[in-house]
Unconditional design. Structure first.
Length: 348
């Protein structure tokens, strides 16, 4: 049986199709287009259903690329042909067409913030960047307050923050949460997390969140195939560990006002490294309760400290956006030294 999706259509005509370049199976969305390696106009992909106890997995067996260039032919359409096999003797197939796009449009630059961050350590080649782009084949969205992954779950993916803020946290016996790290666009939620059998902490969306998932085997292939990519990802992990050490010092050795001032300095630089700042302003979509849960303070203490920093004309805060008014004074006041972020070429 053949099902067609008309060129330019935004709504699938059959329930089996989700949107251009994707097919839906159960609760999973399997992208076809990001597997594209060359500028071709026709993709033929064969899938089969692998039945396992308790679940059915859709596995890609063959992805055959057939080569017609389209950049010089903007009126062309892309035809994607998919064959679904339940067993070798029974097959059902469909195809759909969509407007032709350039390679750059077909593979969204979801990792642009990650590349901005890594460029402060080493410049990746276009081929290396494309390899990382193509490994990030699954996208998910989360509502504010929703867990991306919970303590006790098995981590099968490395999570890359595309849009929004998240946090690492532990739930205490009394029901309170302690936030251990903020995660912003460009952050990887631990490159090596898939080695673990289960999570020892949770990751929660602090805002509406968009995440790219990198399967464990894709991360392994990336690091095995390119020592430069492996080195860049190791650097990212080491910076995360250094940041955690600085948070321990911050919580244990600085007063409340210096503690908050220090984390504001950090988030400005981290946002700048990811290409998210405008001069000395950056998004800070945190509530006073969330700040309190990460700083070991009460919300009332956080409120008083913010008022003090504002009164001294060190910061301004409006509509979830922080502006540091006197960068040098705030650094000196908090004792902030940016060396633990290991970005020597970022303006401090």
């Amino acid at each position: 049986m053949a099902h067609e999706w008309a060129a330019g259509s935004t709504t699938p005509r059959k329930p089996g199709l989700h949107r251009p370049g994707f097919i839906r199976f159960g609760a999973s969305i399997h992208p076809l287009v990001p597997s594209l390696r060359t500028e071709t106009a026709v993709i033929q992909t064969i899938f089969y259903f692998d039945r396992q106890p308790g679940r059915t997995r859709l596995s890609c067996i063959v992805s055959k690329l057939m080569g017609l260039e389209w950049k010089s032919k903007p009126s062309m359409t892309l035809r994607i042909s998919v064959s679904l096999y339940r067993n070798p003797s029974s097959a059902a197939s469909f195809y759909f067409v969509m407007p032709c796009l350039t390679l750059k449009e077909m593979i969204p630059a979801v990792t642009v913030r990650l590349f901005s961050k890594l460029d402060h350590f080493m410049s990746l080649t276009e081929e290396e960047k494309r390899s990382i782009e193509q490994a990030a084949t699954i996208r998910r969205t989360y509502q504010k307050g929703e867990d991306v992954i919970s303590e006790g779950q098995r981590p099968d993916f490395v999570h890359l923050i595309e849009e929004g803020w998240a946090c690492r946290y532990k739930r205490l016996d009394n029901g309170d949460d302690h936030i251990m790290a903020y995660l912003i666009p460009g952050d990887l939620c631990d490159v090596h997390v898939t080695i673990l059998n289960e999570m020892d902490h949770s990751i929660r969306a602090l805002t509406p969140l968009k995440i790219a998932l990198l399967p464990a085997h894709e991360i392994s292939l990336l690091m095995e195939s390119s020592s430069r990519i492996a080195r860049a990802l190791f650097w990212s992990t080491l910076v995360d560990e250094a940041t955690l050490r600085e948070w321990l010092v911050n919580a244990g050795s600085r007063s409340a006002d210096r503690r908050l001032a220090h984390v504001f300095c950090e988030m400005l630089l981290r946002s700048r490294i990811a290409g998210l700042t405008d001069d000395n302003s950056f998004d800070l979509p945190l509530t006073q309760v969330e700040l309190a849960n990460s700083m070991g303070l009460t919300p009332i203490h956080v409120n008083r400290t913010l008022q003090k920093l504002r009164a001294e004309n060190l910061i301004a805060f409006n509509n979830k956006r922080m502006r540091i008014l006197d960068w040098e004074s705030l650094k000196e006041f908090s004792g902030f030294k940016p060396n633990y972020l290991h970005c020597e070429n970022v303006t401090c």
